[in-house]
Design a binder for this molecule. Structure first.
Ligand code: FES
Length: 105
């Protein structure tokens, strides 16, 4: 690409969907911006990390999921929100998480 490693890295860090290390088969992007934070983001984060037994940036032992924080997903009126791959979930409730995760093998 005729670029230095530093130039390539600066491009990669600009785009949040360019992963700089291996990820699971599905990537969960959990919005941690203000509307989602106010509407229960922390409970969603706690339940997801507990359920998958991973922290942000980690991949579940079965290789299914990687969870990453993400700035606003553009659906603030339906907070809290998360994305799994290209699927957007809005107005998420903790009780829905198991059903949502079950869709992804
Ligand atoms: S703040 Fe979460 S979607 Fe905008």
């Amino acid at each position: 690409m005729d670029m230095s490693a530093e130039e390539l890295d600066s491009v990669a860090t600009f785009y949040n969907l360019i992963f700089r290390k291996p990820v699971g088969r599905h990537v969960i992007l959990l919005c941690d911006s203000i509307s989602c934070w106010v509407m229960g983001y922390e409970n969603i984060r706690l339940q997801l990390t507990k359920r998958l037994n991973i922290k942000y940036g980690e991949t579940s032992a079965d290789g299914r999921f990687t969870i990453l924080p993400n700035p606003c997903l553009g659906t603030c009126d339906c907070a809290p929100a998360l994305m799994i791959d290209s699927d957007l979930y809005r107005n998420i409730k903790v009780e829905q998480l198991d059903d949502i995760l079950r869709k992804y093998e």
